[in-house]
Design a protein around this ligand. Structure first.
Ligand code: C2E
Ligand code: CA
Ligand code: CA
Length: 521
C-alpha cells in the first residue's frame, strides 16, 4: 500500500516534473519568437519609410531644379533640360510643363494633352502640390505620384515604393502626408489590407508627414509549437529522462529500509513499551526497562531486533534513543515524580556510549522535569564497549551524576573479573540464555551461579532477565538475586498499562522496603 503510494507519487512527480519545465520552455521560446518577429517587422517598416523619404526628396529636388530655370517654356533648351534632369534623377520618371490646363511638353518633346489632376492632392513645404495614385491616359495601369511647382510637374512611378521582399505574410501600407494611401501596385496585384486585430502584429513608423504601417499575422502558440516540435524533442526527452531518473532514485531511497526508517523517525512512529522489573523477595515493582517499538501507521508493531542493527549502522539510533527518553518524560513523568523509588532503564547503543553524546541529551531532556537522575538507569551491552576508555569515561560521568548503570546481556560477551573491576558500573543483568537453563542438564546451567558470585564480589546489583517460570524465580530468590524481569511477571507494556500494573502491584505489595542506592564504590 505504502509502496504503491510512493511509486504513484513518484510517477506523478515525474509527469509534472517533465511537463512543467517543458511548457515553461515553450512559452518562453514563443515569447522570444514573437518579440523577434516584432523587431524584424519594425526594421522592415524603417527601411520602407527611409526609401519613401528618399524617393520624395529626389523628386522634389529635381522639380525644384527645373522650376528655378528661366528657360522659355517648351523651348528646345527647356525640353533638353527636362530630359537631363530626369535621366540624372534616381526616382523621377517624367517631367512636364503644364500651361493653360494642357501638358505642353515633357521629356519626350512637345505634347498637347489635357492635364488631369490626381484624385487627391495636398500642399507640401516649398509650395509643392503633391498628389498620389494618378493614372495617366498614357499608361493607365501605372499609378503615379505627382509633384507640381510653378507649371512644372514631376511624376514618380509608385511601384518604386514597393517594399523590399520581406516575410511573405508581411503587409506594408504607405501613407503620404494628409493620410493619402500610396498604392504601390496596380489593383489586380494589390494584397488585401491586413486586419489590425489581436491576431496581428502591427508596427507604425512616421516621419515628415509620411507614415508606414507594417502588419503580419502574430505567431500563435500552436504555430510555434508546430515549428518548435523538432527542436524541442531532444530537450523533452532529456528532461523526461532526468526527471524519471530522479523519481526512481527518490522512490528507491524512500522504499529502501533506511529510507523507511528515516521516514518513520520523522513521522514519530517509534514509541517505548515498559517491561516491569520486580524485587524478587517481595514481588514489588521497582521500575521498568524501556523497550522501543515501531508502530507502523497500519497499527503493525515491529520488534526492535529487526530495526535496531540498521538504526545503529545508519546513525538513526540517536533520534530513536531521544524518542525513548522523551516518551519516558511525557508518559511516566507523573509516576516517577510521585514515586521516587521507581526507576526506568534505557538501552544505550555503542555510539551513545563511546561518543558520550548521551550525556548532554539526558541533561537537556531531564532538566526541569522533576525526574531525578537515580530514577534513570542506563544499560549497555559488553559489545558496545568498543572504545573501553571512552566508554569508561561516559559511565563514570553518568555515575557521578547519580544515574545507575548496568551491563546488559551479561555473560554473553568477553567480560572477565579483571575487566569488570575497571568499569564504573552499578549492576549486571544476567542474560536470558543463562536463566533459561536453570534446573536443566545444560552445560551452561551453572553460569548464572558464577555471575551471581562475581557480582557479589564486586558489590554489584543483579537483575535476572527473561524469567518465565516460578522455578526460575525461586532459584534466583534462593541465591539472593534482588531483581528480575520476565514474562512471569509481565511483558513489555504500553505506558498506560504499565501505570495500571504499578497501581495493582502497589495495592498488593505496598511500597518497596528500601531505596535502591548506588552500589558501593
Ligand atoms: P534486551 O535489552 O536484552 O531486552 C530484553 C528483551 O528480552 C526484550 O526484547 C524483552 O521483550 C525480551 N524479554 C523480556 N522478558 C522476556 C521473557 O520472559 N521471555 C522472552 N522470550 N523474552 C523476554 P525486545 O523488546 O524485543 O528487545 C530486543 C532488544 O532490542 C533489546 O534486548 C535491546 O538490545 C534492543 N532494544 C530494545 N529497545 C531499545 C532501545 O530503546 N535502544 C536500544 N539501543 N536498543 C533497544
Ligand atoms: Ca536491555
Ligand atoms: Ca538484555
Amino acid at each position: 500500500m505504502r509502496h504503491w503510494r510512493v511509486i504513484g507519487i513518484a510517477a506523478l512527480l515525474a509527469v509534472i516534473g517533465t511537463a512543467v519545465p517543458l511548457a515553461a520552455t515553450l512559452v518562453l521560446s514563443w515569447r522570444m519568437a514573437t518579440a523577434a518577429d516584432e523587431e524584424r517587422l519594425g526594421r522592415t517598416a524603417d527601411q520602407v519609410l527611409g526609401n519613401t523619404l528618399d524617393i520624395y526628396a529626389d523628386a522634389e529636388r529635381t522639380l525644384q531644379s527645373i522650376a528655378s530655370t528661366d528657360f522659355e517654356p517648351c523651348s528646345p533648351r527647356h525640353i533638353r533640360r527636362l530630359r537631363d534632369l530626369t535621366v540624372n534623377s534616381l526616382a523621377t520618371d517624367n517631367l512636364s510643363y503644364v500651361g493653360g490646363g494642357t501638358v505642353q511638353c515633357n521629356v519626350w518633346g512637345l505634347a498637347e494633352t489635357p492635364f488631369t489632376h490626381p484624385p487627391a492632392e495636398v500642399s507640401m513645404p516649398g509650395g509643392i502640390r503633391l498628389g498620389v495614385n494618378f493614372s495617366s491616359d498614357f499608361n493607365p495601369r501605372r499609378l503615379m505620384m505627382v509633384l507640381g511647382l510653378r507649371g512644372h510637374t514631376a511624376m514618380v512611378d509608385q511601384t518604386r515604393f514597393a517594399a523590399p521582399l520581406g516575410h511573405p505574410q508581411t503587409r506594408i501600407e504607405i501613407f503620404a502626408p494628409g493620410g493619402m494611401p500610396v498604392q504601390t501596385a496596380p489593383a489586380y496585384l494589390r494584397p488585401a489590407a491586413a486586419p489590425a486585430d489581436e491576431d496581428h502584429l502591427v508596427v507604425r513608423r512616421e516621419a515628415n508627414g509620411w507614415s508606414v504601417v507594417a502588419t503580419r499575422p502574430r505567431q500563435s502558440f500552436l504555430d510555434h509549437l508546430d515549428a518548435a516540435k523538432y527542436a524541442l524533442a531532444p530537450i523533452a526527452l532529456f528532461l523526461a529522462a532526468l526527471v524519471a531518473g530522479l523519481a526512481v532514485w527518490l522512490s528507491r531511497r524512500r522504499l529502501s529500509p533506511r529510507g523507511e526508517l528515516a521516514q518513520a523517525v520523522r513521522n514519530r512512529e517509534f514509541i517505548a513499551h515498559y517491561q516491569p522489573i520486580v524485587e524478587l523477595a517481595t514481588g514489588r515493582c521497582v521500575g521498568a526497562e524501556a523497550l522501543v517499538r515501531w508502530r507502523r501507521p497500519d497499527g503493525q508493531i515491529i520488534r526492535p531486533d529487526l530495526f535496531i542493527p540498521l538504526a545503529e549502522d545508519t546513525g538513526l539510533i540517536h533520534p530513536l534513543t531521544d524518542r525513548v527518553i522523551e516518551g519516558i518524560v511525557t508518559d511516566l513523568g507523573d509516576l516517577l515524580r510521585r514515586d521516587r523509588l521507581m526507576h526506568i532503564a534505557i538501552n544505550l547503543c555503542a555510539a551513545d556510549l563511546n561518543s558520550g553524546r548521551i550525556l548532554p541529551v539526558l541533561e537537556r531532556r531531564l532538566a526541569g522535569t522533576g525526574i531525578e537522575p537515580q530514577q534513570i538507569w542506563l544499560e549497555a551491552t559488553e559489545r558496545s564497549f568498543v572504545d573501553i576508555e571512552r566508554a569508561r569515561a561516559t559511565l563514570a560521568e553518568l555515575h557521578r551524576r547519580g544515574h545507575m548503570t548496568a551491563i546488559d546481556d551479561f555473560g554473553t560477551g568477553y567480560s572477565g573479573l579483571k575487566y569488570l573491576e575497571r568499569l564504573p558500573v552499578d549492576a549486571l543483568k544476567i542474560d536470558k540464555s543463562f536463566i533459561d537453563v536453570i534446573g536443566t542438564e545444560a552445560p551452561t546451567r551453572h553460569v548464572a551461579d558464577h555471575i551471581i558470585a562475581m557480582a557479589r564480589a564486586l558489590k554489584l546489583r543483579i537483575v535476572a532477565e527473561g524469567v518465565e517460570t516460578h522455578a526460575q524465580a525461586a532459584y534466583l530468590r534462593r541465591h539472593k538475586v534482588e531483581f528480575a524481569q520476565g514474562w512471569l511477571f509481565a511483558r513489555a507494556l504500553p505506558a498506560e498499562e504499565f501505570i495500571a500494573f504499578c497501581r495493582h502491584n502497589r495495592a498488593a505489595h505496598g511500597s518497596p522496603s528500601n531505596v535502591i542506592t548506588l552500589a558501593a564504590e
